[in-house]
Design a protein around this ligand. Structure first.
Ligand code: IPM
Ligand code: MN
Length: 350
């Protein structure tokens, strides 16, 4: 019996989470796993009413669950930064979800903005470090508000933090068993402390994985290759900030935010799965947002729980409906409503 903590969150989060839960319900019946859910109201509305983001007791509570299913965090009436750091990043950090796993897979070439790319050309996974780097929040202002002001933002990289991420990426590349190629994406030519540590660690760990081909690309060049030769990539490992940036580009070449899902993973603890697109406030309540990213996140969650057959069935159903039904992956242009897309996936689960 899996215990799933559901955090629908803000904007279109609740709408897409509903569709994910609909698919989960039907997958559980077909594949015979059992689960119960509990919904938590963390998000912008609660913050505006009660002034609370996420308290330590909430974290302790969440630690009792098998997994977390998240919609979106971000509210137009709350100053940017408060909910992001107070809820989303606090969840990632305090549950030590040190991997942010972001598959970039093109399910239908018609939705790709790149010319002449086939669906098999875009099929890679970004392993983003999710607990350190620039996201650590270290730094300070000096002489704030004066003409001599200095703002310092530190990228914090520990050997242990870097190594566990790199080890996860090597193991993942081996298990994925596709091209067995792992690319380190960094900036060794300029950021000579952080990326020296990353590169040294990468090269050392690589010796334990002779079956994996290794490669290195600077982050700026990586964005170029994503557009020019995405077929070169199998698995990419990178730090928190670079991973954040390149996975938005990754989402666009796989068909947009409507389809991009991710997992915040603690291999020894409680992980959290989410569509990566955000709360999309302008589409809230209209039944037009694409729920596929949330549905794919539910699939990743099942994979992580060990329900591989159900996860594969969800992915197959998504592939089928994006190839045969949907007119577009963009909100309001799918040719179907949010709830209808959820129904389509459910009907095509085999
Ligand atoms: C993401 C988001 C978050 C991040 C924001 C909302 C804090 O952009 O999940 O990629 O920067 O990690
Ligand atoms: Mn992002």
């Amino acid at each position: 019996m899996y215990k799933i903590a559901v955090i629908p969150g803000d904007g279109t989060g609740p709408e897409v989470v509903n569709e994910g839960l609909k698919v989960l319900d039907s997958a559980s019946k077909k594949y015979g796993f059992k689960y119960e859910t509990k919904t938590f109201d963390f998000g912008g509305e609660r913050y505006l009413k009660a002034g609370k983001t996420l308290e330590d007791k909430d974290i302790e509570d969440l630690k009792k669950y098998s997994t977390i299913y998240l919609g979106a965090i971000g509210h137009p009436k709350v100053k940017p930064g408060i909910l992001e750091t107070g809820i989303l990043l606090k969840l990632r950090f305090s549950l030590d979800q040190y991997i942010n796993l972001r598959p970039v897979k093109l399910y239908n070439a018609d939705y790709c903005p790149l010319k002449d790319k086939k669906s098999e050309d875009i099929d890679f996974v970004v392993v983003r470090e999710n607990s350190e780097g620039l996201y650590k929040g270290m730094g300070e202002f000096q002489k704030k508000g004066t003409q001599d002001e200095v703002a310092i933002q530190i990228s914090y990289n520990t050997r242990k933090g870097v190594e566990r991420c790199i080890r996860y990426a090597f193991l993942y590349t081996r298990k994925r068993n596709k091209r067995k190629k792992l690319t380190l994406c960094g900036k060794t030519n300029v950021l000579t402390y952080a990326w020296d540590l990353w590169e040294r660690t990468f090269n050392e760990v690589a010796k334990e994985y002779p079956d994996i081909t290794t490669d290195y690309a600077h982050v700026d060049a990586t964005t170029m290759w994503f557009v020019k030769n995405p077929e070169w990539f199998d698995v990419i490992v990178t730090d928190n900030m670079f991973g954040d940036i390149i996975t938005d580009l990754g989402a666009m070449i796989q068909g947009g935010m409507g389809i991009a899902a991710g997992g915040n993973i603690n291999p020894q603890g409680v992980s959290m799965f989410e569509p990566i697109g955000g709360s999309a406030p302008k589409y809230t309540g209209q039944n037009v947002i694409n729920p596929l990213a949330a549905i794919c996140a539910a699939g990743m969650m099942l994979e992580n729980l060990g329900e591989s057959k159900a996860a594969q069935a969800i992915e197959n159903a998504v592939i089928k409906i994006v190839s045969t039904k949907l007119k577009s992956l963009a909100a309001g242009k799918m040719g179907y409503s949010t709830t209808e897309v959820g129904d389509l996936v459910t009907e095509n689960l085999e």
